[in-house]
Design a protein around this ligand. Structure first.
Ligand code: COA
Length: 378
C-alpha cells in the first residue's frame, strides 16, 4: 500500500466555503500524484462538525458535486478529531476492492463564536456524564495536565517548551495557521488562563482547512511512500471509565499493533506527528508511543530532543498547536507532513535523512486513537 499524492489548503481563518476547501485539497493531492481523477475508484470523506457549524451534512454527496463527470462510491467517516486518520484506515481496508482511493478531510469552524465552537467540539465527549458537567475540551485536558504534573513532576514550563517549539516550526510551514506570528517565551508564559493549568498557548486554535491523500494498492512512482502500519482502537467515551488519565489506552494499543505490522520499534522513528490538541497531549503521546518511558517526556523536551534537529523530531509542521486543527482535515495533514518529509521535500523544516515516520491522531480524550507508519527508502 502506498501514498501516491498529498495535498492541502492553508489552515487558519479563511474566506473559502467548506466545498471550496475540499476541492482545493483534493485536486492538490491528485496533481501531486502520478494518476488522474479518472483513475480513482472510491472516495472517503472525513468531517466532524459540518452539521452544527455549516448546517451541511451528507458530505459524501457534496464531494460528488465536486467531481462533475464521475459517479463513484463515496463514504463519510466521523470519529471526532481522529476522523481524518479513521478515513485513511477505512480506505486502506477498501484497497482490497479498489486500486486507487482518494481521502479528503475538511472542516469549516470559524463562522461560529468561540462559545458555539466549545459546545460543538464538546459533542465528542460523553453527553450524560461529562458534557453536562461542563467538561468541555480544555477542561478535560486540564485534568490530564494536573494529574501528569502531580504524578511525574511535569511543570507548566515544560508545556511552554512544547508550545514554543511548535510555534517555531509553524514559522517554517507557509500553510500553517500561525505561520505569520512570531511567538516568544514571554508571550506564552503570560497568556491568559483558559482552564488551569492550561493557558491560551496550551490550546490548539479553531481553524478552517482541508487536506487530502491519494493511496494505491501498488507503487506507481519513486516518490510514493509505503504504508507499513495502520491501526485503530476505540475506548469508552466517559473519563469516569478510564483506569488512568496520564495515558490513553487506545493509543498504546494502536501503536503497539502498528509497530508489529511495520516490524519496527519506536527507536526506528525519524519523524513523528502527534495529536497535540493541547500541549500536555504531546507529552502523553510521546509516552504512549513508547518514544520515552512514562514520566520522561518532560526531560526530552527540556533536552530539546524533539526539535527538528533533535533525536526524534515531533510536529515539524507546527502540530495542531500552531499548524492548526480544522478537525476533519487534521489527521490527513499529519500524513501530508510525514509524506513531504520522507520525500525530502520539506525545505526549511526538512529532517535530514528521514526514512520512517509515524502519525498519531486522537478523537475526544482518547475515545478513538489511530496510528499509521510510513516508510520510504530513497
Ligand atoms: N493559541 C495561540 N493564540 C491563539 C489561539 C491559540 N489556541 N487561539 C486564538 N489565538 C489568538 C488569535 O490569533 C488572536 O490573536 P490576535 O489578537 O493577534 O489576532 C487572539 O488569540 C484572540 O483570538 P480569539 O479567537 O478571540 O480567541 P478566543 O479566546 O475566543 O479562543 C481558545 C481561544 C483557546 C478558547 C480557542 O482557540 C479554543 O477553544 N481552542 C481549543 C479548540 C479545541 O478544543 N479543539 C479540539 C481539541 S481536541
Amino acid at each position: 500500500m502506498y501514498v501516491l499524492g498529498v495535498g492541502r489548503t492553508k489552515f487558519g481563518v479563511l474566506t473559502e466555503t467548506m466545498p471550496e476547501l475540499a476541492y482545493q485539497a483534493m485536486y492538490n493531492a491528485i496533481n501531486d500524484s502520478p494518476i488522474s481523477i479518472e483513475d480513482i475508484g472510491a472516495v472517503y470523506v472525513s468531517n466532524f462538525l459540518g452539521g452544527p457549524y455549516e448546517k451541511q451534512l451528507h458530505l459524501n454527496s457534496v464531494v460528488s458535486s465536486l467531481l462533475p463527470e464521475l459517479r463513484l462510491p463515496i463514504i463519510r467517516v466521523e470519529t471526532a478529531c481522529a476522523s481524518g486518520s479513521s478515513a485513511l484506515y477505512q480506505a486502506i481496508i477498501a484497497l482490497s476492492r479498489f486500486e486507487n482511493i482518494l481521502i479528503v478531510g475538511v472542516e469549516k469552524m470559524t463562522n461560529a463564536s468561540t462559545e458555539e465552537s466549545s459546545q460543538n467540539l464538546g459533542m465528542a465527549g460523553d453527553r450524560l456524564a461529562d458534557q453536562t458537567q461542563g467538561l468541555i475540551f480544555p477542561a478535560h485536558y486540564a485534568l490530564v495536565a494536573q494529574q501528569h504534573m502531580e504524578k511525574y513532576g511535569t511543570t507548566h514550563e515544560d508545556l511552554e517548551l512544547v508550545a514554543f517549539k511548535n510555534h517555531g516550526n509553524s514559522r517554517l510551514n507557509p500553510l500553517a495557521h500561525f505561520n505569520h506570528k512570531e511567538v516568544s517565551r514571554e508571550m506564552i508564559k503570560s497568556a491568559p488562563v483558559i482552564a488551569s493549568p492550561l493557558n491560551l498557548f496550551d490550546c490548539s486554535p479553531i481553524s478552517d482547512g482541508a487536506a487530502a491523500v491519494v493511496i494505491s494498492k501498488n507503487q506507481k512512482s519513486d516518490r510514493d511512500v509505503r504504508i507499513t502500519g495502520s491501526s485503530l482502537f476505540t475506548d469508552h467515551i466517559s473519563l469516569s471509565h478510564r483506569r488512568e488519565h496520564t495515558s490513553l489506552e487506545a493509543a498504546k494499543l494502536a501503536s503497539k499493533q502498528a509497530y508489529e505490522q511495520a516490524e519496527i520499534t519506536p527507536k526506528d522513528l525519524d519523524i513523528v506527528e502527534v495529536h497535540d490538541c493541547f500541549t500536555i497531549n504531546e507529552l502523553v503521546a510521546m509516552e504512549d508511543l513508547g518514544i520515552c518511558k512514562p514520566g520522561e517526556s518532560k526531560d526530552w523536551v527540556r533536552e530539546e530532543k524533539t526539535t527538528i534537529k533533535g533525536e526524534v523530531p515531533i510536529n515539524t509542521d507546527g502540530g495542531l498547536k500552531a499548524d492548526g486543527h480544522p478537525i476533519g482535515a487534521t489527521g490527513l495533514a499529519q500524513v501530508f507532513e510525514v509524506t513531504t518529509q520522507l520525500r525530502g521535500e520539506a525545505e526549511g523544516r526538512q529532517v535530514e535523512g528521514a526514512k520512517i515516520g509515524l502519525t498519531h491522531n486522537i478523537g475526544g480524550v482518547g475515545g478513538t486513537a489511530v496510528v499509521h507508519i510510513f516508510e520510504r527508502r530513497g
